[in-house]
Design a protein around this ligand. Structure first.
Ligand SMILES: Cc1cc2nc3c(=O)[nH]c(=O)nc-3n(C[C@H](O)[C@H](O)[C@H](O)COP(=O)(O)OP(=O)(O)OC[C@H]3O[C@@H](n4cnc5c(N)ncnc54)[C@H](O)[C@@H]3O)c2cc1C
Length: 509
């Protein structure tokens, strides 16, 4: 049932067993999993059923030194959340991503991948992926494996992305949610979470709306599912009873902000022959209704033996075309480094190609894992939105040291491609100089209320419960202790399903 919060009278006594704040991938998953349990569920969403400027403005904020997108545009604020324009690239985190690794300070989730084993398959269904498991080549797609131009067993290996349609949660699950019995409050922005006198248990939410005074909603359990930028923003703003905000006694809320730096065309490959160049690995492979793309990643053994961070590198669609007869590019897009260097390499390469027809170069694009950094963070600024909530400043700190791990992986990939007779790779000689100006991002907001066993370096425990509070929980990628290299939404959905089971236990106790 949808309820426009603007139509509520301010003396209305709203209540719920479980209040979920935010109706994006995490919030809708949680609400669906809890619907029909007999529990009274309230889902509070800041926006309406469609995008609006007024709701988007609530997400505006300031940036630190590093370039990033406008904060009101890097996520969406309406029913369905940022799945309203996500790309649908899906992949599970690897088992090693959850482990404590000596060479990665602050690594080590309080849960392991095994804790998600029952939830990832269900998350795949929710995101409209096929039933097959990732990297199960035999079961998934012999074609996808064949399109990958390196042999298995090297330092780099071929794994798969699978594409969600992409699932727009607010459209796909709207009718079901409307009929579910969950009270879905739209245009309802939570601005405060009030605690009991002992300051251990949340009792009431303050819900701001346009056109009237805030309303209150009493809840027995409270879940923040506002996304990786707004989860810490809300906790930090809840300082009416606790200085510094909820769960922030040790100044951890908002720290460890992680993104996936996306590096486009920091390396290029030239196919050695039209035969190997034709299918290449940039094409998606359709198997039934499932769509996959091969991607290169440092193998588990490499990540353990060389202390290396992960990356997921794909080969892009055909780029500039080189004519070996003329010894020049037919066109040049400027993204592949200095044209003279590329031309010299292409001339040398062309000498080894029996075929003299023009050939394309392909960019290699990658998303990188980064080391957790407590100084990469979100803080509150003085500026307030129209409901009085202080806006945030995002100070993202991608490090050149993280690029070094990627360059090492590219060196390995280059050797393997050459050894397999598939392609020659050129790593941009100016990669380090280009890093800060040309790095873009995946719109993945992680780590800002990270899970951990130690409250000195984390905000939530392994269930997602805020340390020191009995009934305040977090859902979403702000929980990620380390970001891995895989895009986060599949894991967000899996974690939300796990939290739903945990909340059912809690309510039954
Ligand atoms: C352009 C783009 C492409 C992307 N592509 C991919 C991809 O290919 N693969 C992938 O895995 N991920 C991708 N992502 C990221 C993906 O969209 C997010 O990981 C996912 O949507 C996060 O889910 P969430 O529920 O945590 O947050 P969101 O989906 O952002 O939902 C949070 C909700 O909380 C609401 N809210 C916030 N504050 C409050 C408040 N105080 N009170 C009430 N409601 C509130 C918001 O309005 C919003 O609806 C992409 C993102 C973008 C922007």
């Amino acid at each position: 049932m949808f309820i426009d919060a603007r139509s509520l009278s301010s003396d209305e006594n709203l209540e719920a067993d479980i209040a979920i704040i935010g109706a994006g991938a995490a919030g809708i998953t949680l609400a669906r999993a809890l619907a029909g349990t007999g529990l009274k569920i309230a889902l509070l969403e800041s926006g309406g059923l469609e995008w609006s400027e007024e709701a988007a403005d609530l997400g505006a904020g300031a940036l630190g030194e590093h370039r990033y997108g406008a904060l009101e545009a890097v996520r969406l604020r309406y029913f369905g959340g940022t799945t309203g324009h996500w790309g649908g690239w899906c992949r599970e985190l690897d088992a090693i991503d959850f482990e404590a690794r000596d060479h990665i300070p602050y690594s080590g989730w309080p849960i392991s991948k095994a804790d998600l084993k029952d939830y990832y398959p269900k998350a795949q269904t929710i995101l409209q992926l096929g039933p097959a498991r990732f990297d199960d080549f035999a079961g998934v797609a012999a074609e996808a494996k064949a399109a990958a131009p390196i042999a298995p067993g090297g330092a780099m290996e071929t794994v798969l992305f699978e594409f969600s349609p992409p699932t727009r949660m607010g459209e796909v699950y709207r009718a079901e949610m409307e009929a579910s019995g969950v009270a879905i409050y739209l245009n309802a922005s939570v601005t405060d979470i009030r605690l009991d006198d002992a300051l251990k248990t949340a009792t009431t939410l303050t819900v701001a709306r346009d056109g009237g005074a805030p309303v209150r909603l009493a809840a027995r359990q409270v879940v923040l599912a506002c996304g990786g930028l707004s989860n810490p923003q809300l906790l930090l703003n809840c300082d009416s009873q606790m200085a510094g905000g909820l769960g922030n006694g040790r100044d951890q809320v908002g720290r460890y902000f992680a993104e996936h730096p996306i590096l486009d065309a920091f390396a290029s490959v030239f196919a050695l022959s039209p035969a190997t160049g034709a299918p290449f690995a940039w094409r998606d492979t359709q198997v039934g209704k499932q769509r996959f793309r091969p991607v290169f990643q440092p193998s588990d053994a490499t990540r353990r033996s060389s202390s290396r961070l992960s990356c997921l590198a794909t080969i892009a669609e055909p780029g500039p075309k080189f004519d070996p007869v003329k010894g020049a590019f037919e066109w040049w897009d400027g993204r592949h480094g200095p044209q003279e260097t590329a031309t010299a390499l292409a001339v040398a390469l062309a000498a080894h190609r029996p075929d003299k027809t023009p050939f394309h170069i392909h960019a290699i694009n990658a998303g990188l894992e980064t080391r957790p950094n407590p100084d990469s963070r979100i803080t509150l600024i003085a500026d307030r939105d129209r409901f009085g909530t202080r806006r945030i400043k995002l100070d993202w700190r991608p490090e050149v040291a993280d690029l070094e791990d990627y360059l090492a992986s590219l060196e390995d990939l280059s050797r393997q491609l050459l050894a397999s007779g598939t392609a020659v790779m050129r790593i941009a000689p100016d990669a380090r100089a280009r890093f800060h100006d040309e790095t873009v991002w995946g719109h993945h907001h992680m780590g800002t209320t990270r899970m951990g066993a130690d409250p000195m370096t984390s905000v939530c425990d392994g269930d997602g419960r805020v340390h020191g509070l009995s009934n305040v929980w977090v859902a979403g990628s702000s929980l990620f202790t380390t970001p891995g290299a895989a895009n986060p939404t599949l894991t967000i959905v899996a974690l939300a399903l796990r939290l739903a089971d945990r909340l059912k236990q809690e309510m039954a106790a």
